[in-house]
Ligand binder design. Structure first.
Ligand code: C2E
Ligand code: CA
Ligand code: CA
Length: 410
């Protein structure tokens, strides 16, 4: 069972209407039919997704057909006077992979497996044949998503904090709040795995407000000790689509009695670019509240320079992949240096994440990078361990506004 999904159907129907989108489907159907020949059963399932049933083929032969289908249907489609670039995602499932009951899969199971294989193509980068481990991954993802809310209530989710220090004076200026989930069955689940899953289901508001609450509570208790440390919270795309978001944040700040300048939001460029029309006004409101905005993973997007000027941001965070490489790779070093210079020329403060060794830290300092974060300074720590770290690893002195300043001991 082969499945083919074209990714542009909804874009074309939104922009030009269903009639044009359907013409594209017809054109795609013809191309698929040309590859498969007249005998093969072919169906349009919905939108621009198709299924075909190949009989008496080996997995290798099926794979070769899938590759050809992908190539043929990814060629641009002429639509009105435009040429629409389409991306075909192709996956397939074979009957020789038994189900849980040991029997060959029936038609429904095959269709569902082919669908799982399509989703595993990561946007069509390659053709994928279904293997049982894919089913496991989707089952796990399903469990993570459905169990997340309960996990919050059951105390399985917590926030860790990773210190950021200013260069060259090494004062602890802030911490980044990083969410952690210890699942009863899977153990520690990486946020890179569950945050995107939670994001895809609209539960991300629950996640963000949980992290924000914890983080502001932490900052408030430092303030009570006379210590000013800001906290950075990661935002996802979905938060930037919620028109009420800035109000919710203003409420949270007021509830905890924390001044807005001690809160930073880290946003990736791709999160803003997903829907700039919606995201930009929300970022503007947050900025007007006095919250600091940082562009996270800077250097990994591709419209960086042009957009940085248009975003109401205060900070760029150089992606850790460049920082890791900077002491051994001249290219990475050049990227880091350019970002520092670019950031400063736009009046932004520049943070480097992923600082793992002394030589990177020294080079960053020499370039004038403002803040460093990374394993060299500390890993992300649970709240009690962060407190212990602050006591053991920093010295306290009085700042010019009489606040307590914590300076990293070397
Ligand atoms: P990020 O925002 O880029 O966070 C930095 C990641 O780099 C963290 O991984 C941190 O532990 C890791 N890191 C920091 N310093 C070093 C270093 O020196 N060396 C190495 N090898 N790694 C370092 P973590 O905690 O696994 O978070 C992964 C991603 O998950 C984050 O990337 C962020 O995108 C997302 N995330 C984490 N917490 C939240 C949250 O509360 N909300 C949202 N929306 N996303 C979150
Ligand atoms: Ca971040
Ligand atoms: Ca980052």
């Amino acid at each position: 069972m082969l499945r083919l999904d074209l990714d542009v159907y909804s874009t074309v129907s939104d922009a030009l209407g269903y009639a044009w989108a359907d013409r594209m489907v017809v054109a795609a159907g013809r191309r698929i039919r040309d590859v498969l020949g007249p005998e093969v059963p072919l169906a349009r399932l919905e939108g621009a997704s198709f299924a075909a049933l190949l009989l008496d083929r080996t997995a290798e032969e099926t794979h070769a057909v899938a590759e050809r289908l992908r190539a043929e249907s990814s060629d641009p489609y002429p639509v009105e006077k435009l040429s629409v670039e389409a991306n075909a995602m192709v996956g397939y499932a074979c009957t020789n992979v038994a189900g849980d009951d040991g029997n060959p899969p029936d038609v429904d199971a095959l269709l569902q497996r082919a669908d799982v294989a399509v989703r595993a193509t990561r946007g069509g980068e390659e053709v994928r044949g279904y293997v049982p481990s894919m089913g496991q991954i989707f089952l796990r993802r399903f469990q993570l998503v459905t169990q997340f809310r309960q996990a919050l209530e059951d105390g399985q989710v917590s926030v860790h904090y990773q210190p950021k220090v200013s260069l060259p004076d090494k004062n602890v200026v802030g911490v980044e709040a990083l969410v952690r989930w210890v699942h009863p069955e899977f153990g520690r689940v990486n946020p890179d795995e569950f945050v995107p899953a939670v994001e895809a289901t609209g539960l991300v508001g629950v996640l963000t407000s949980f992290v924000l609450d914890q983080a502001l509570d932490r900052v408030r208790r430092w303030l009570d000790e006379g210590i000013e440390i800001s906290v950075a919270v990661n935002l996802s795309v979905r938060s930037l689509a919620d028109e009420d978001f800035a109000h919710q944040v203003a409420d949270a700040l007021a509830r905890h009695g924390v001044p807005a300048r001690l809160l930073t939001f880290e946003i990736t460029e791709s999160a803003v670019m997903a829907d700039p029309q919606r995201a930009l006004p929300i970022l503007g409101e947050l900025h007007d509240l006095g919250i600091e905005l940082a562009v996270d993973d800077f250097g990994t997007g591709y419209s960086s320079l042009a957009y940085l000027r248009r975003l109401p941001v205060d900070q760029v965070k150089i992606d850790k992949s460049f920082v890791f490489g900077m002491s051994s790779d001249l290219g990475d070093l050049a990227v880091v240096r350019s970002i520092v210079e670019l950031g400063h020329s736009l009046g932004l403060s520049v943070v480097a994440e992923g600082v793992e060794d002394d030589s990177s830290r020294d080079q960053l300092e020499a370039m004038g990078c403002d803040v460093a974060q990374g394993y060299l300074i500390s890993r992300p720590l649970a709240e009690d361990r962060l407190e212990a770290w602050l006591v053991a690893r920093t010295a306290r002195s009085s700042g010019h506004r009489d606040e307590t300043v914590l300076t990293l001991l070397t």
